[in-house]
Design a binder for this molecule. Structure first.
Ligand SMILES: [Zn+2]
Ligand SMILES: [Zn+2]
Length: 166
């Protein structure tokens, strides 16, 4: 799969049970596939060398790069701003449910998560942010699946999974 930011070939890596596409040879961005997220279970610890490496990537400034298109669907992705000291923007594709995190954003989110309650609040803010989709009946099933994927994404990135080996 081609990186939506720098057009480099992304490499699939195992983040301790979760398969993530990493832009290893380019901008170091991460792609979280919707289907992979729905498979993530309670036991998943989100560990592994690939994840450790990803957490070491420097933060890039994604403010100037403009909107990106989903690497799968080619449709414009939607930005969710995570309000914290570090202002993290997570990109979501409403079509396939995938998420793109720029280099360093996973680390920044993990470091800024303080509690389970805050994780829950973040998941809810992502879920609420669905212009034009929320009330369409035919989207109910899709909404349920989106909810499950977002809950898993926020579980995966929350602070309790954060291991640096220190
Ligand atoms: Zn890239
Ligand atoms: Zn997509």
């Amino acid at each position: 799969m081609i990186c939506p930011v720098c057009s480099t070939d992304m490499i699939e890596e195992d983040f301790g049970g979760l398969s993530v596409d990493v832009c290893k040879n380019g901008c170091k961005g991460l792609w979280f596939d919707w289907f992979e997220l729905t498979k993530l279970d309670e036991q998943n610890e989100g560990l592994g060398n690939a994840l450790q490496q990803a957490l070491a990537y420097d933060r890039t400034n994604d403010q100037d790069r403009g909107q990106i298109n989903c690497p799968k669907c080619k449709l414009p992705m939607h930005v969710h701003a995570y309000e914290s000291a570090k202002a993290i923007n997570v990109d979501e594709c409403y079509q396939c449910g995938g998420f793109f995190l720029d280099s360093g954003e996973l680390k920044a989110i993990r470091e800024s998560f303080m509690s389970e309650a805050e994780r829950e609040a973040y998941a809810n803010s992502l879920l609420k942010n669905i212009p034009g989709l929320a009330d369409a009946k035919e989207n109910l099933e899709k909404e349920k699946e989106r909810t499950a994927a977002i809950r898993n994404l926020t579980k995966f990135i929350r602070v309790s999974y954060y291991t640096t080996g220190k």
